[in-house]
Design a protein around this ligand. Structure first.
Ligand SMILES: Nc1ncnc2c1ncn2[C@@H]1O[C@H](COP(=O)(O)OP(=O)(O)OP(=O)(O)O)[C@@H](O)[C@H]1O
Length: 110
């Protein structure tokens, strides 16, 4: 049953050649492939606080329906810069987050 809060998201596989336009806002609520995250199963250890910070800053706005973000004037974060000592999991985390998203792999800059 459809209600005023119902949201329809059209999806097409990349290989289909079909390009769906003008539904960016609606699609944003479906940004993650999986709704549950388990950092251990993603091979990420000891970065729970960092992941929570990334999620809160960059993705929290995307779990709200588009009409709520529009009404509140919330702008989605479109990029992030990870910094820290070498070999501490920045690249690993970026790649794993990229896999969880319905998008392209992250672009890594050294
Ligand atoms: N928290 C972690 N959990 C699991 N593996 C990790 C973690 N941190 C680093 N590693 C592993 O250590 C190696 C180096 O990590 P990674 O390349 O992600 O570090 P980085 O912070 O991007 O380093 P750099 O700043 O030098 O680019 C990788 O093989 C990665 O899988």
């Amino acid at each position: 049953m459809l209600s005023a809060d119902s949201c329809i998201v059209f999806e097409a596989p990349n290989s289909s050649g079909i390009k769906i336009v003008n539904q960016r806002e609606a699609a944003s609520s479906n940004i993650f492939r999986h709704k549950e995250f388990n950092l251990q199963s993603l091979g990420i250890g000891g970065l729970n606080a960092e992941f929570a910070d990334i999620f809160r800053r960059a993705f929290a706005s995307r779990v709200f329906p588009p009409h709520v973000t529009n009404k509140l004037g919330i702008k989605h974060v479109k990029g992030m810069l990870l910094y820290g000592p070498p070999g501490t999991g920045k690249t690993l985390m970026a790649r794993q987050i990229g896999k969880m998203l319905n998008g392209k792999e992250p672009k890594l800059c050294n």
